[in-house]
Design a protein. Structure first.
Length: 305
């Protein structure tokens, strides 16, 4: 009989310590009389938890199990606010599959609405604008700036229409000031992005430079773009254009950049002839080149190809 008495005492001690801990956590409730009132735990204290007055004074072996859910006495953790960046863009067209990436990162198949025409187009055919805290309109060609964005088709006519109708202020729901010569600024920024793609392609070995190297690539196959300086000599250009036609492959031709611009991109004083192999760099170049073509011609009109 002595041993059961010891076991009973041993089992009651942790329960007493548990009551003391709960009393410390619920001190404010004890003071207000809304929790465990009085000097003991009566039936009006923790109701429905199985810890009534008879439960605490009875034998430990007959004490009913507690039905208190785990962590019921603790306050629920604060739920962080949902990240809604980009959700307020007025040009949102298609939802992101599987949640998508943050605004600021363009995805294939994602569309937006042009505030000038109302047409829904892929992001690759549009330009995103952000609004600075001082109200200045900021071109966001990489679609990475935080906050709300307004989208416009990548061409001078759409941009002029958006400015004339004050579509940016309506899109941002706040007064917005556009910088002077905005179209020329965007053209320069797009040309810089095109040069950046060519520089990366050259370092990756996906770009051929010079008339002979380009001609060899056209004969071998695998060329996606023939890139000619818009101010280059006609005879050398016509020779390469003839080779591109004779290959029978679908090769795009562009004269978006001058010889000096190509040289700047490729680390030379001047480049007149270049070709871009098929692959991811050709795809990136195509996206940027077509946007730039909305602000300058893809190739001069007197080119025959």
């Amino acid at each position: 009989m002595v041993k059961p008495s010891k076991r009973s005492t041993t089992r009651r001690r942790p329960d007493a310590r548990g009551r003391l801990a709960r009393g410390l956590v619920q001190g404010s409730s004890l003071q207000a009389g809304s929790g465990e009132t009085g000097s003991g735990e009566t039936g009006s204290g923790e109701t429905g938890s199985g810890e009534t007055g008879s439960g605490q004074t009875g034998s430990p072996s007959t004490r009913p199990p507690s039905t208190r859910p785990p962590g019921a006495g603790a306050s629920a953790p604060a739920v962080p606010p949902c990240d809604r960046s980009g959700a307020s863009d007025p040009g949102l067209g298609a939802s992101r599959a599987g949640g998508g990436a943050a605004p600021g990162t363009p995805e294939d198949g994602r569309s937006r609405r042009c505030v000038a025409s109302g047409a829904v187009k892929p992001e690759s055919a549009l330009i995103r604008f952000a609004r600075a805290p001082d109200g200045a309109l900021t071109p966001d060609l990489g679609a990475r700036l935080p906050g709300r964005g307004v989208w416009v088709s990548a061409d001078r006519r759409s941009l002029a229409a958006a400015l004339k109708r004050d579509a940016f202020s309506r899109g941002f729901d706040a007064p917005t000031t556009a910088p002077a010569h905005l179209a020329d600024l965007i053209e320069a920024l797009l040309a810089e992005r095109c040069r950046g793609v060519l520089g990366m392609a050259r370092r990756a070995g996906a770009l051929q430079i010079g008339a002979e190297n380009v001609a060899a690539a056209l004969r071998t196959g695998g060329v996606s773009w023939l890139i000619e300086a818009r101010d280059g000599a006609r005879d050398g250009r016509d020779r390469l254009l003839a080779l591109a036609k004779a290959s029978g492959a679908a090769i795009s031709v562009t004269g978006l950049l001058s010889g000096d611009e190509l040289g700047m991109a490729l680390g030379r004083d001047r480049v007149v002839h270049a070709s871009l192999s098929k692959g991811r760099f050709a795809d990136r170049w195509a996206s940027e080149a077509h946007r730039l073509a909305g602000f300058r011609t893809m190739a001069p009109e007197d080119w025959s190809f």
